[in-house]
Design a protein. Structure first.
Length: 94
């Protein structure tokens, strides 16, 4: 199943130094591992915002839930999740 997920990040202003660096490094490692496995298909930065739009290709709702809750930055995020379906006008179908 394909999902588009918009993630808006709001790290507390008073978090800085090693704790913030470790958190961001863990997030990068986690997301890149899922990208290599093919479940996190793509990630796009939202220009001018601390946000991204990502495409996930997972077995279902439960797997997406598990992935999102596993994000090191999850406590500092708000998300908007949209299930996706193939569009009949997509030329890739032909």
């Amino acid at each position: 199943m394909l999902f588009a997920v918009r993630m808006d990040v709001s790290i507390p202003q008073d978090m800085h130094g090693p704790a913030k660096a470790e958190l961001l490094a863990a997030e990068k490692e986690y997301s890149q591992d899922l990208q290599r496995k093919g479940e996190w298909r793509s990630i796009w930065r939202c220009v001018g915002e601390y946000a991204n739009i990502s495409i996930f290709d997972v077995s279902g709702n439960e797997r997406l839930h598990e992935i999102l809750w596993g994000l090191p930055l999850f406590p500092y995020m708000t998300m908007d999740i949209t299930p996706l379906a193939v569009h009949p006008s997509d030329i890739a179908l032909g």
